[in-house]
Design a protein around this ligand. Structure first.
Ligand SMILES: *Cc1c(COP(=O)(O)O)cnc(C)c1O
Length: 432
């Protein structure tokens, strides 16, 4: 009997630590869906202690197969049926995760030659794979052309290289233009469009690029606009999608052929911090439905509409699990020293693009039912004060051997951390 999902018993949010003196936890609604069994957090229905035995070591990352499927199902029910869902592999490139998702989403977005190979190892058809990112090497472009994936062009020079490779391989390259829009979206954790950018071709330069592409044998399928990442505001995302469609409708007449591909980006955020409210996905879906009916279907008939997401699909479906190896008192503060650290889960330490260090949701996975009566700091084993996984949080009294769980670790965890720093072993990953 699985303990995962709503049926798995009481919500566990009450046991998730809050900053001492902070407001009650409970905002992190999806954390509850991991479920517990006899006071122990479960991933994929397996209690954490047993899972640690199964993995054979701590620390480790664990991803929940059913939660991933539920997440995609939730996206499907909120977004218009005609929208294609693309998974941005860079958020979590674990092969088992990609394989699982290949049966659930419609497309993959890759950002390197190795991610491309990983995508091609699945059942995803190459025509449903797009390759974005500045500075693609000649070798990567050749891989993309040979595989028949869509290259999202980031510059005129890249377009010329792609055309030359197509001639050399006698294969017609498939391409879309990544456009750096003439607007910026507010409230994103990371802005990746608007103003001067290393990403995409400035909107005002796109007509000229389309003209020169018309003289080559590159098949121009359409456009890709990715304005930013980690946005929790439905109205801002809807506004960005509207402006993106307006922009594409202005650019489309300059294209050599009707637009068949419109990648609206994504940027759907997940709540990491106490005061983050989850994104209103239904509102995003409703606005997109209106946009498709009123603007896209009449203006770009037959175009595939793609939403491309990384963290929204995987972020909340994974945890980073460490074991407490020491308990220290230092001048009035309690430090729980774990066998993990920022070399595995950099983002939880606040050093992956955060402006102000705030705590990720954290819990004592082996004592989910116990009352949080102690204020502690959870640290890793690296010799740097940056290696702070949770700063002065309320947790149940913890002992050496207990397992600390850091949530929201399914995206930008292992692969976005400086694994080689201090030469400790990497953390294994499991999909349960
Ligand atoms: C990183 C990236 C994504 C994924 O961003 P998330 O915030 O994880 O959803 C999507 N598209 C492109 C082009 C990216 O570079």
């Amino acid at each position: 009997m699985t303990a995962t999902g709503e049926a798995g018993g009481r919500p566990v949010t009450s046991a998730v630590a809050t900053k001492s003196g902070g407001e009650a936890a409970g905002r992190h609604s999806t954390i509850a869906s991991f479920g517990t069994s006899h006071g122990v957090l479960c991933v994929g229905g397996v209690p954490l202690g047993l899972l640690a035995e199964r993995v054979g070591e701590t620390p480790f990352f664990a991803y929940d197969r059913q939660l991933l499927a539920a997440r995609v199902a939730r996206l499907r029910s909120a977004l218009p049926a005609s929208v294609e869902l693309s998974y941005a592999i860079k958020a979590n490139p674990m092969p088992a995760v990609i394989h699982h998702l290949s049966g659930l989403v419609d497309a993959f977005d890759v950002a390197s030659g190795l991610e491309l190979r990983a995508a091609l190892d699945t059942t995803m058809p190459p025509a449903q794979v797009s390759f974005a990112g500045p500075g693609k090497s000649l070798a990567e472009l050749r891989q993309a052309v040979a595989a028949g994936v869509t290259v999202e062009l980031e510059s005129p020079a890249e377009a010329r290289r792609l055309a030359a490779i197509g001639e050399e391989l006698a294969i017609r390259p498939r391409a879309a233009i990544r456009v750096n829009p003439d607007f910026a979206i507010k409230g994103s954790g990371m802005r990746m469009g608007g103003g001067p950018q290393q990403f995409g071709v400035d909107a005002e330069d796109v007509p000229q690029l389309l003209k020169s592409l018309a003289e080559t044998d590159v098949e121009v399928l359409g456009f890709h606009v990715f304005a930013g990442s980690q946005n929790l505001h439905a109205d801002v995302l809807a506004q960005a999608q509207r402006e993106t469609v307006d922009l594409v409708l202005r650019l489309a007449p300059a294209a050599p052929a009707p637009i068949r591909y419109l990648n609206l980006g994504g940027g759907f955020g997940i709540p990491y911090y106490e005061k983050d409210a989850p994104l209103d996905l239904e509102a995003v879906g409703a606005a997109l439905g209106g946009l498709i009916a009123e603007r896209i279907e009449p203006g770009l008939p037959g175009a595939r509409v793609v939403i491309e997401l990384g963290r929204y699909i995987v972020g909340e479906c994974g945890v980073y699990v460490t074991r407490i190896v020491d308990r220290k008192h230092s001048r009035g503060r309690v430090f729980l020293v774990t066998d993990g650290g920022l070399h595995h889960q950099l983002a939880a330490s606040g050093n992956f693009g955060q402006v102000v260090r705030r705590n990720y949701p954290v819990a004592l996975g082996t004592k989910m039912d116990a009352e949080s009566t102690e204020t502690v700091s959870v640290v890793g084993k690296l010799c740097t004060p940056l290696d702070l996984l949770a700063d002065r949080v309320q947790l149940p009294p913890a002992e050496v051997g207990d397992l600390v769980v850091i949530f929201q670790a399914g995206a930008y965890g292992r692969s976005a951390s400086p694994e080689a720093f201090l030469s400790h072993p990497p953390a294994p990953e499991v999909l349960v």
